[in-house]
Ligand binder design. Structure first.
Ligand SMILES: [Zn+2]
Length: 485
């Protein structure tokens, strides 16, 4: 018996990843008390100070005296007046790279250390692998955030992205949508690199008819409004919304009639923006249910490459493999020959994009926070970049309560999962984060993670640090292995 126990202990100490796997079972009842429980919908701290968790579900919210009955002491956490929020969502990531399967898998638990308990994967060349990870996490076999994924995305022939489902006509479109049906993806993603406008629109209609939410980019040949009318659900990257400050209908019409080139259309969009027109159109399309994932952090990282040195970022030095960050180089290389004017332009464009966020909010567009974290997206790190994105929202002028919603309940509402997740309510999944500071005062507080519950499984600070240590050792191992080849 003693030997068995010491063997178990050994397994937890020697293979610290096992620390995570050894605690496989979620206790029947757990209690968090002395907590300032944040109601993200109301943007307020609740009167009640204790949350009872049964299995993977929030069972009650109330007072310690009533809820603590029958909960073993070792399953109780005294939050000591800390702040309790729902687990965060990164609503736009890509787990990508055929050569980076082990890297991405090792990074899954890293999201939890940032309090991110849900990610929305917006398709990649690893789509089939991501579906497996999603199912393994759902089955409790793998530690990581809950994943909702588009799997593979629809595109035209010979797109620049790897692994796309390339279509040229409606027959191929239907065949690919059948495939996505059989893969049980959570939503459909469509992009516009080589996909023609009419087939893009037909794909939205068909995906919508099949009951899917449809996310994606905005092709130059279509207006955002006609896409929404066809069943489009979310615009990924808010730069597309800036078209709403122009005569979008007129520009699209001229382009379709062959009167202007794509380049001219883009130039017109840049040159003719009017804030009043934009605000009016934002409000109009908000009423049609428009959701946007701004993804601003990537633009910031690129715009300030000449000022910021990222080589000492802990993600670069400690957590991400060399092969993972090697992929950052392609964008840096592409920008190497930019003139001073082009660099200044890029910064202006970034700042202008940021300035629109409060206008989206004001107009009633649903904003969901997403980082666009991906191996191809330069210095847009897993976990870290969502927190950066939230801080950009704050600099832009959004209130902390509004920002908190973009990274919690709004994602759940968007994916029609708000009855099960996204806020701290009885009956919802026990995804919770304990913070040392008040995120309703300053969103930066989400950096101060004290503990995380993921589907009822508790990771205290030591366990979270254990995850970080594991990620670091996997990085070292993979780097060494690859260097020796
Ligand atoms: Zn993306």
């Amino acid at each position: 018996m003693v030997r068995l126990f010491s063997l178990m202990l050994l397994c937890c100490i020697v293979l610290s990843p096992a620390l995570v796997f050894c605690q496989d079972k979620v206790p029947a009842t757990q209690l968090i008390y002395n907590a300032r429980i944040i109601d993200v919908v109301a943007g307020k701290i609740r009167k009640e100070k204790a949350i009872l968790i049964k299995g993977q579900t929030i069972a009650a919210i109330g007072d310690y005296a009533r809820l603590s009955k029958g909960v073993p002491k070792q399953n109780q956490v005294d939050a000591q007046d800390r702040y309790l929020i729902p687990g965060l969502w990164d609503n736009h990531v890509h787990l990508e790279g055929q050569a980076l399967v082990r890297d991405n898998e090792a990074l899954l638990p890293l999201f939890l250390t940032y309090g991110i308990t849900t990610i929305r994967d917006c398709a990649s060349d690893l789509g089939l692998q991501v579906l497996n990870w999603r199912d393994s996490i759902n089955a409790g076999k793998l530690v990581g955030p809950t994943i909702f994924t588009a799997g593979l995305k629809l595109e035209g022939k010979n797109s620049i992205w790897k692994g796309d489902l390339e279509i040229e006509n409606e027959t191929e479109m239907n065949r690919m949508l059948d495939k996505l049906d059989s893969l049980k993806v959570d939503f459909i993603k469509i992009t516009e690199n080589t996909l023609a406008g009419p087939l893009f629109l037909a794909s939205i209609k068909e995906a919508h008819k099949r009951g899917y939410l449809v996310s994606g980019h905005v092709p130059l040949e279509l207006t955002i409004e006609e896409m929404l009318d066809a069943g489009f659900s979310s615009v990924e990257h808010s730069s597309y919304l800036l078209r709403l400050g122009c005569d979008e209908n007129g520009i699209v019409e001229q382009l379709r009639a062959g009167k202007i080139t794509r380049q001219e259309a883009n130039r017109l969009y840049q040159a003719t923006f009017n804030q009043e027109t934009a605000d009016r159109n934002y409000a109009r399309l908000a009423k049609k249910g428009l959701t946007v994932t701004p993804t601003l952090i990537g633009g910031r990282q690129l715009s300030f490459l000449d000022e910021d040195n990222h080589l000492q970022d802990s993600m670069m030095t400690t957590y991400l493999t060399k092969l993972y960050t090697d992929a950052y180089q392609w964008r840096i290389g592409r920008m190497a020959n930019e003139t001073a004017e082009q660099k200044a332009d890029r910064k202006t464009r970034y700042r202008f994009g940021v300035s629109q966020v409060p206008h989206f909010q004001q107009a009633g567009i649903r904003i969901i926070a997403g980082s666009d974290e991906a191996a191809l997206n330069t210095f847009v790190y897993p976990g870290e970049s969502l927190v950066d994105e939230l801080q950009i929202f704050q600099q832009a002028g959004l209130k902390p309560a509004e920002i908190l919603r973009t990274a919690t309940i709004n994602g759940a509402l968007f994916l029609r999962k708000a009855d099960k997740t996204g806020s701290l309510e009885v009956g919802k999944t026990a995804d919770l984060v304990i913070l040392d500071a008040d995120p309703l005062k300053d969103i930066k507080a989400v950096r101060q993670v004290y503990g995380v519950y993921s589907r009822g499984r508790y990771f205290d600070r030591a366990a979270l640090d254990g995850i970080l240590a594991d990620v670091r050792s996997v990085k070292q191992k993979l780097d060494a292995e690859r260097a020796s080849k």
